[in-house]
Design a protein around this ligand. Structure first.
Ligand SMILES: NC(=O)c1ccc[n+]([C@@H]2O[C@H](COP(=O)([O-])OP(=O)(O)OC[C@H]3O[C@@H](n4cnc5c(N)ncnc54)[C@H](OP(=O)(O)O)[C@@H]3O)[C@@H](O)[C@H]2O)c1
Length: 337
């Protein structure tokens, strides 16, 4: 694994981040420990969890694992925003919920600081000044080292960056967006903004919940029963079979199989490597339910798809480009006197 700086910060993170969303949900504590051990043996130091994952169990599992390690060797990222209880103030990005959230996450993680504290999504009900002022206080109090945003729209992220800057506050160091071969709308505004402002980018669902893992191929009539994609249908999650069983998905997957074969890599490694080659991307957050899946996905780092292979994947997954991103709009921006 290689190391990269997170955005404009001096923080060095492995170019694959380990996502802990399966811990305590599809993956038992002992299997989660084995996954964490294998990830760090392979050179990884960057681990992403959230307060809501498995109702707090994901943080607890990471916390119990890290007790046996040298905590300072790892970059632990977690998140706040979604409901952690039934109360009116158990949710959102108010000062009250963020402070309760960080205190609870620190307890579950069994640590006295969080390396990267991310807001899980925008909150329409709380003024951004309240959220950012509180996050700034957490950094000043030494509870949090860096702050990040997830699932923001570009205008929200730009507004937040300017608000922090105008007040002399700590500003977001990175964005955690969904980004993968089946989700390229992230490229319209968010990635150029992150490059302009020097934010790191840590894409979630690099395999779109399993669609790009190599176990789905054109002609299948239903997802295998023991997969996330099958479960997604029942839970109404975004990566469900009915949301993705369409010609665009199968065209992307056809190209992925072809390129993987030519590169001598697995489809999962190829899909994650495509992300690793994107200029704005710092570290895709890999997910794994089993150690075998982790081993496969770890093989995404340490090599590079050729420009032609990237072009083949780009072409198959291209989205329609309309105003204000089309060539006509682009040339208006370039026009001089
Ligand atoms: N900020 C956010 O809103 C947000 C949202 C989602 C995720 N995340 C973060 O991103 C991380 C990764 O997201 P993700 O879990 O959706 O990633 P993903 O890699 O797109 O999907 C992971 C799932 O795909 C299947 N899979 C993975 N590797 C495989 C392989 N080699 N072969 C076959 N199947 C494979 C497994 O599901 P099955 O085997 O069960 O089918 C696994 O649980 C999470 O852990 C979390 O940290 C953040």
């Amino acid at each position: 694994m290689e190391y990269r700086l997170l955005g404009k910060t001096g923080l060095k993170v492995s170019d694959l981040c380990l996502g802990a969303m399966t811990f305590g949900r599809e993956t038992s504590e002992s299997d989660s420990f084995a996954i964490l051990d294998r990830f760090v043996e392979s050179g990884g130091n960057f681990i992403d969890t959230a307060d809501v994952y498995s109702g707090g169990m994901s943080e607890q599992i990471v916390g119990r694992w890290i007790q046996q390690k040298n905590r300072d060797d790892y970059v632990i990222a977690t998140k706040v925003r979604f409901a952690m209880g039934p109360g009116q103030n158990d949710v959102g990005l108010s000062r009250k919920h963020i402070i309760a959230g960080v205190e609870s996450s620190l307890k579950r993680l069994g640590t006295d600081y969080i390396d990267l504290y991310q807001v899980h999504a925008w909150d329409n009900l709380t003024p951004i000044e309240e959220t950012l002022g509180t996050l700034n206080d957490l950094v000043r109090r030494g509870l949090v080292r860096y702050i990040g945003a997830s699932n923001f729209r570009a205008w929200q992220l730009q507004k937040a960056i300017y608000t922090s800057r105008a007040n002399g506050w700590e500003s977001f160091s990175c964005l955690q967006p969904q980004y993968n071969l089946l989700c390229r709308a992230t490229e319209y505004e968010l990635l150029p903004l992150c490059e302009q402002e020097g934010l790191g980018v840590i894409p979630w669902s690099p395999l779109r919940g399993g669609w790009l893992s190599g176990k789905f191929h054109r002609g299948m009539e239903n997802p295998p029963a023991d997969t996330r994609i099958a479960a997604a249908e029942a839970h109404g999650w975004g990566e469900s079979w009915s949301n993705y069983n369409n010609d665009y998905t199968w065209t992307v997957i056809d190209a992925l199989f072809e390129v993987a074969k030519e590169a001598g890599k697995t489809p999962a490694q190829t899909a994650i490597n495509w992300l690793l080659q994107r200029q704005a991307v710092t570290a895709p957050i890999i997910g794994a339910r089993t150690i075998e899946q982790l081993d496969n996905n770890l093989g995404a780092s340490g090599w590079a798809l050729t420009p032609k292979q990237i072009e083949r994947l780009d072409k198959a997954s291209r989205l329609p480009v309309t105003y204000p991103y089309d060539d006509a709009a682009e040339s208006q921006q370039r026009a001089g006197r």
